[in-house]
Write a protein that binds this ligand. Sequence first.
Ligand SMILES: NC(=O)c1ccc[n+]([C@@H]2O[C@H](COP(=O)([O-])OP(=O)(O)OC[C@H]3O[C@@H](n4cnc5c(N)ncnc54)[C@H](O)[C@@H]3O)[C@@H](O)[C@H]2O)c1
Length: 304
Amino acid sequence: MNFLVTGGAGFIGSHSVEALLADGAQVRVLDNFTSGKRANLAAHANLQIVDGDIRDAEAVDHAMVGITHVLHLAAQVSVPASVADPVGSSQHNLRGFLNVLDAARRAGVKRFVYASSAAVYGAPERLPLDESSPVAPLSPYGLEKSINDQYAALYRQLYQLSSLGLRYFNVYGPRQDPASPYAGVISRFSSAMTRGDTLRVFGDGEQTRDFIFVKDVAQLNKRALMSDADGVCNIATGHSVTLLELIDTLAQCAGCTPQIRHEPPAPGDIRHSGATPRKMFEQLNPPPMTKLADGLKQLLEASA
Ligand SMILES: NC(=O)c1ccc[n+]([C@@H]2O[C@H](COP(=O)([O-])OP(=O)(O)OC[C@H]3O[C@@H](n4cnc5c(N)ncnc54)[C@H](O)[C@@H]3O)[C@@H](O)[C@H]2O)c1
């Protein structure tokens, strides 16, 4: 099996590449290194790194030669950037996505797994979210991910391309960009805590999120590539915590007592989020999920 991981130098990508290499796979990474870093990928005999852009169809075709399985993670990942520049964002997340999907079809790859997002659900009216919950994106980014889901479904129907879209909730762990809208809050809180700075909490801190550890996500990506599950699949733990509970757990792990300052709620902030990962548990056979405290300890150790 030969794997292509687009965005393989990024946060989720680099952990996924490590998990694939650990199984003895041949892996090719296609990344333009905008947010990804070379330092995220240790040199390995089975790893080939291609500096290229998914907006460039020729570069994508070239990277697809000899590939049997695709993990497509490269994207413009910022929700605010998609609001500020919807056309620019669509070049990566629609045109770039289609370049990779269609190159995979023409190359006859066996399996196409890609990053969708919990952002497709917008501000949910009913929790927990399952894959049949209404799709109501609130940003160009969420809309682009939802269109990715529709393209993948159409390609399954028209060309029998086997695919699965992974709707990641809030992935956290080592190498995360503190600016990430998903769980960047964890990186920001942990570095503020270790510096002894006051933590800024927008709103009352009772907003809830489902945080999933990046190494668990890497294992799930691998299992998704090996499975024949189709459609879309929530990737979450099934247990949401409030921001204040998160701070409490982080403080216990770091062994400190943080100072908290509440600020006005961030505009457009979704109050509650939570998922039912039933399909994930039934069809992807995940390993035991890392407990929040254990994942936070690993994050603190990695940034020490
Ligand atoms: N982190 C989360 O919690 C989360 C949640 C939902 C969805 N996602 C999705 O998961 C995927 C990975 O996200 P991440 O958190 O690892 O972000 P990341 O920014 O660390 O990774 C994205 C990678 O893609 C590369 N890239 C960006 N544009 C590219 C282009 N045009 N051509 C080639 N490479 C390009 C970047 O250099 C980077 O290495 C993205 O598709 C993102 O939308 C992430």
